[in-house]
Design a protein around this ligand. Structure first.
Ligand code: AMP
Ligand code: DBH
Length: 624
């Protein structure tokens, strides 16, 4: 791990940023201050701070008993459930280093993280909603026999746990005190992931001291108190939901964390009303879907005080609608897992809130905006953002991607921003090869590498193109290998191929075009700019026929394809439909009478036919 130079570490301590706190101490402090206040609630259980702390200690002894040594890495892949906090804090207590995988990752990403992170354990769940994590657990067990695989059993009806894995319940002990094995405040606490620009996501080493400084300040900036109720809708392991102010900020404040089971408007708004949620964090496309949903006015949202939006650029037009639509203060958040986080402040004027992505947390965040030659530009002029500060890393894990850091220790974010004379930033573009699809970051090269493994693919080029709904969608250009023994599959087949390789669903191209050649630049490189141009935002045609065909046609309309190209036996996952589009369809079908239909049932349908049957059944139930 690249450490902070001593003179900087000294300064950050002297200024009271690094206070010698560990994550274990964070939870212990909150538990001591508010033992009987609710800490976390999900659809299945609710824990007070004292109960959470007890669960953490009981599990910490279990993890310590797995034969792992201090500093060993553990890949954690769990959905938004209360056990997530127990597991992560138990690992901290036991001196182990979590690697924060996303619940949406496939076996390809998990395998890569286990390998590159040299992990000794993998912790996951059996099944949650549409996702059978147990399948990933079985594969990891097979490919990495030396890695301990621990599965939290959430679903009593799930198939049997894969052979050779350990149930989380089995390692729970009755111990109620700490193992005393936590790492030190200035040591590596965990590895967070970056969306990255290369073939594999980069691992981001964060210390307790640096991360918790940003967490405490974030909780303060977002005004979390013990009365706050923090709703978790985005994946909990994402840096935004973890720390800006996220679940850790909520714990620092002694607030109540509510894990919301699904991101669709009806589920989220019902949870807001039921738990009196005061604060939510979302990405722009989710906010757009929520605003358009009829559910918005069907629930009591009066508890909601702050809606945070970040992860991707929020358009001014959408930003302007947020305060009135939800009766909240909008807060824009522009952050990165590597460090720097910017917030609009809750008492900023409306123009600042809708027109900027905020300003840094710390007076010691050194923001430098440079032109292509590396020369700083004047305020008001766009340039590439570089940053150095008390919670921004000085290097990636294992020295990966050294070119992302300047000689004087600034991290090159790859974001093009404009700074005003008050220090507020506006994000106006990007100079890194990365796709930002609904806040999820995708490295084109990673997807290209997967496409290139297909025998019928000679070459592949992946770009992000503007999309009304997603911000950007993934477009893959593929050149077929003419001499190949196997024919190039159609669009659905290519998606199926990527899915079988275990690539996360959010990285699977929304659109695939087969071409004879790629446009090139003057120097003969593939011109991704040319590939992005001329691709318009897809609009959604409407159609109506028989109930079955109407549903199929709604579905095809969302994908902007001809319904005739869809077959009922196509796997839902291979159609390229994303959860936001599915949510919009759900809203539409509910409004048309499929009142009892829920997101999970829809999303877990295997095939198109199965999904249509589910919708028709819901409509019929209503009609009877
Ligand atoms: P990562 O490094 O994977 O954590 O992703 C961080 C990146 O997400 C930033 O460098 C930006 O490109 C993007 N990002 C995050 N928040 C915003 C925002 N509010 N507006 C625009 N881009 C954002
Ligand atoms: O996109 C991000 O990575 C992000 C967005 C908002 C982030 O890491 C954060 C806040 O901390």
């Amino acid at each position: 791990m690249t450490v902070y130079p001593p003179e900087f570490a000294l300064r950050y301590r002297e200024r009271g940023y690094w206070i010698g706190q560990t994550h274990s101490a964070l939870l212990a402090g909150a538990t001591q201050a508010h033992p009987s206040r609710p800490a976390v609630t999900d659809d299945r259980r609710s824990l007070t701070y004292a109960e959470l702390q007890a669960g953490v200690h009981g599990l910490a002894h279990g993890f310590a008993g797995l034969g792992l040594s201090a500093g060993d890495r553990v890949v954690v892949q769990m959905p938004n459930v209360s056990e997530y906090l127990e597991v992560v804090f138990a690992l901290f207590d036991a001196g182990l280093v979590p690697i924060f995988a996303l619940a949406t990752h496939g076996v390809a990403e998990i395998d890569d993280l286990v390998t590159r992170g040299e992990a000794d354990a993998y912790v996951t769940v059996d099944t949650f909603g549409a996702t059978r994590f147990a399948d990933i657990a079985a594969t990891i067990r097979e490919r990495h026999p030396g890695v301990a695989v621990v599965v939290a059993e959430l679903d009593a009806t799930a198939a049997e746990r894969p052979a050779g894995t350990t149930a989380l319940a089995e390692i729970r002990t009755a111990q109620t005190s700490s193992t005393g094995r936590s790492s030190q405040p200035d040591e590596l606490a965990f590895l967070q992931l970056s969306g990255g620009t290369t073939g594999t996501p980069k691992l981001i080493p964060r210390t307790h001291d640096d991360y918790l400084y940003s967490v405490r300040e974030s909780a303060d900036i977002c005004r979390l108190t013990p009365e706050s109720v923090f709703g978790v809708v985005l994946p909990v392991s994402h840096n935004f939901t973890m720390s800006s102010p996220g679940v850790l900020g909520a714990i620092h404040a002694g607030a109540h964390i509510v894990m919301v089971g699904a991101p669709d408007a009806a589920t989220v708004f019902a949870a807001v009303a039921r738990h009196r949620i005061t604060q939510l964090s979302a990405v722009p496309p989710l906010v757009a879907a929520w605003i358009d949903s009829p559910s918005r006015t069907a629930h009591d949202l009066s508890s909601l005080a702050v809606l945070q939006v970040g992860g991707a650029k929020l358009s001014r037009a959408l930003a302007e609608r947020v305060p009135d639509a939800f009766g909240v203060v909008l807060q824009q958040v522009f952050g990165m897992a590597e460090g720097l986080v910017n917030y609009t402040r809750l008492d900023d004027d409306l123009e600042t809130i809708v027109g900027t992505q905020g300003r840094p947390i710390s007076p010691d965040d050194e923001v430098r905006i440079v032109d292509p030659t590396g020369t700083p530009v004047a305020d008001g002029t766009p340039g590439s953002l570089q940053v150095r500060g008390p919670y921004t890393i000085r290097g990636y894990w294992a020295g990966q991607s050294p070119q992302s850091f300047t000689d004087d220790g600034f991290y090159c974010t790859g974001d093009i921003v404009v700074r005003d004379d008050r220090g507020y930033l506006r994000v106006v573009g990007r100079d890194k090869d990365q796709i930002n699809r609904a806040g999820e970051k995708i490295a084109p090269e990673e997807v290209e590498n997967h496409l290139l493994t297909h025998a019928a693919v000679r070459d592949a080029s992946v770009v992000g193109v503007p999309d009304d709904r997603l911000g950007e969608r993934i477009l893959a250009y593929v050149i077929p290998a003419t001499s190949a023994q196997v024919p190039l599959p159609d669009e659905f087949g290519i998606r199926g191929y990527l899915r079988e390789r275990g690539l996360a669903r959010f990285k699977i191209p929304d659109q695939i075009l087969v071409v004879d050649e790629f446009p090139t630049t003057a120097v003969g490189k593939v011109s991704k700019n040319a590939q992005r141009d001329g691709q318009d935002a897809v609009d959604t045609p409407d159609a109506q026929v028989t109930p079955h065909d109407a549903i199929l046609s709604d579905f095809a309309g969302k994908l902007a394809i001809d319904p005739a190209t869809l077959s009922g036996s196509t796997a839902l996952a291979d159609t390229g439909i994303d959860s936001l589009a599915l949510m919009a369809l759900l809203d539409k079908w509910r409004a048309q009478g499929a009142a009892g239909l829920d997101f999970e049932t829809l999303a877990t349908s295997e095939t198109l036919d199965e999904m249509i049957a589910v919708v028709l059944a819901a409509q019929t139930r209503r009609a009877n």
